[in-house]
Write a protein that binds this ligand. Structure first.
Ligand code: HEM
Ligand code: HEM
Ligand SMILES: [Fe+2]
Length: 456
């Protein structure tokens, strides 16, 4: 740890770990309900467990983003954070918002708008938290006078995420209008600004883990981010096919969203070639597994499995089925869960003495169990989804009849989900088993990280 204030990141990561664990509990609970009978039907029905599962996901991933940003910005700008106190106030507000939202869902207190179910008071707290966060980071960079491209991309992503939350603050009477704007937040988050956040962390990690030259890495980061934008913005229309808007959205959505994987191919090549060409400049190979793993898994989950159902002629059969869940899991996990786990794996040895810099055995077990488990879950959702589409949409079977016929895939989902859950449990145990101790190190910047920036 080079700066004392970086220690706030630890507490953000700790909260993220707890919420990640809870998310998985509610995921497994949701999965068992496919098999029925459901003893919790009147207490915790599927809709409630699923809302809690997906909301915990968003909250823990964002907590991870915030912690990782508070870790990375002092390193990049070579300064202490503007205000540690504000960072803790932000965390307190954020956790209170998250916990009360989840408790509220248990009592059906929510807006019912998928992934944006938070009631208005909670949404306003989210806005306040975002403003505190941006202010604190902005002031830190301003005071230091050193602003790197890597943190610029990250900041654009974080700022963009805050701005794109605004459409979610309003209530729309018309259902079509409501869905139309819902995607300005959800799609433009996961296929736009969050990818910039991922790109910023990816560049930071690759520069520090490999011997890659900062200037080269940052030049390619621009290209990748540019590609995301060109395709991602109009790609929003792949959610407009069947919602009641004019037909011209069909070709627009098909063509532009089909271009989105190009940026993801670029990102995977970027990560792979950085390591291949420049080798390792840092002992933390576990963090490297998560880093390169994130880029590759994103290509698989978002690029390949997104592309698989993005064309209108395919999507008219698969829309809203388990095929969507197949892609949603692999994409979200690869892009956002894995990059947060990469940042945690990189930062942790500096905050918990005694932990091996190369990564612990438990850490590697966790990596491989999660990767294998998530791959199995993706296949389970895929096979279930193909069966569902065929039975329900082509043969015309009723929804519940079709669900009964694909139960074997749900069994497979639970088995592979359990494997994944063991991997997550190991990560959490590995996180908490070394007590934190925040000592400053005097290590010098790695070679790749030492190249000065314009304005530095
Ligand atoms: C990291 C990037 C991505 C993440 C995290 C992600 C995640 C998700 C999630 C969670 C959903 C379900 C949303 C909902 O119904 O509320 C979804 C839907 C969808 N995604 Fe992605 N996605 C990503 C990238 C992509 C890409 C690159 C493509 C296309 C090439 C794509 C194509 C689609 C399509 C077509 C749907 C709609 C499915 C339907 O009609 O039911 N996604 N995505
Ligand atoms: C043991 C692990 C997990 C299990 C058993 C599980 C199970 C489930 C189930 C049953 C659903 C409801 C699907 C439906 O609507 O029919 C769901 C939704 C979802 N889960 Fe998970 N999940 C797990 C872990 C994860 C992880 C790690 C992530 C992301 C990093 C994730 C992201 C999502 C998303 C984005 C949705 C909404 C998808 C959609 O609406 O199509 N889940 N999950
Ligand atoms: Fe999308």
């Amino acid at each position: 740890m080079r700066y004392k204030s970086q220690s706030v990141a630890y507490w953000y990561f700790a909260v993220a770990m707890v919420l990640f664990g809870l998310q998985i509990v509610f995921g497994l609970l949701s999965a068992t309900k496919y098999l029925g009978p459901d003893p919790l039907l009147y207490l915790l029905p599927f809709d409630v467990t699923k809302v809690i599962h997906t909301n915990l996901l968003i909250v823990w991933v964002l907590t991870g983003f915030m912690g990782a940003t508070y870790w990375m910005v002092p390193d990049e700008s070579r300064t202490e954070l503007h205000s540690v106190k504000l960072a803790y106030i932000q965390l307190g507000l954020w956790v209170t918002m998250g916990v009360t939202a989840v408790v509220g869902y248990l009592f059906r207190y929510g807006t019912g708008n998928k992934l944006l179910e938070q009631p208005l008071p909670h949404k306003l707290v989210i806005v306040v938290v975002m403003l505190i966060f941006l202010y604190n980071i902005g002031m830190t960079i301003k005071k230091s006078g050193r602003f790197t491209t890597t943190e610029g991309v990250l900041l654009l992503g974080v700022g963009g995420a805050a701005v794109l939350f605004f459409p979610a603050l309003f209530e729309y009477k018309n259902y079509v209008v409501s869905i139309f704007y819902r995607w300005w937040t959800i799609h433009l988050w996961v296929e736009g600004v969050w990818e910039m956040i991922q790109g910023g962390f990816l560049a930071y990690l690759l520069i520090r883990l490999s011997g890659a030259d900062r200037e080269v890495m940052e030049k390619w980061l621009y290209v990748i981010v540019g590609l995301v934008f060109i395709a991602g913005i109009l790609g929003t229309a792949h959610h407009y096919y069947w919602i009641g808007v004019p037909g011209y959205w069909l070709p627009i959505g098909g063509i532009f969203s089909a271009l989105e994987p190009v940026a993801l191919v670029g990102m995977a090549i970027y990560a792979y070639s950085a390591i291949r060409r420049s080798g390792m400049a840092h002992p933390n190979t576990l963090a490297l597994h998560w880093t390169v793993g994130s880029a590759v898994y994103t290509l698989f989950g978002a690029g390949l499995l997104g592309l698989a159902h993005t064309w209108p002629a395919v999507n008219k059969w698969t829309h809203g089925t388990l095929i969507t869940a197949m892609h949603g899991h692999a994409a979200f996990y690869g892009a956002y869960a894995m990059i947060v786990l990469a940042m945690i794996s990189y930062a942790l040895p500096a905050m918990a003495p005694g932990r091996r810099e190369q990564g612990t055995t438990l850490g590697y077990w966790s990596f491989w169990l999660q990767i294998t488990g998530m791959f199995g879950m993706t296949l389970s959702f895929a096979t279930a989804g193909i069966g569902q589409v065929y039975l329900e949409r082509i043969l015309g079977l009723g929804y519940l009849d079709a669900q009964l016929k694909i139960q074997v895939h749900f069994l497979m989902l639970i088995v592979t989900g359990a494997l994944f859950a063991v991997g997550v449990a190991l990560f959490i145990i590995d996180f908490f088993r070394y007590a934190p101790k925040f000592e400053l190190t005097r290590d010098v910047e790695p070679v790749g990280g030492a190249v000065g920036q314009p304005g530095a």
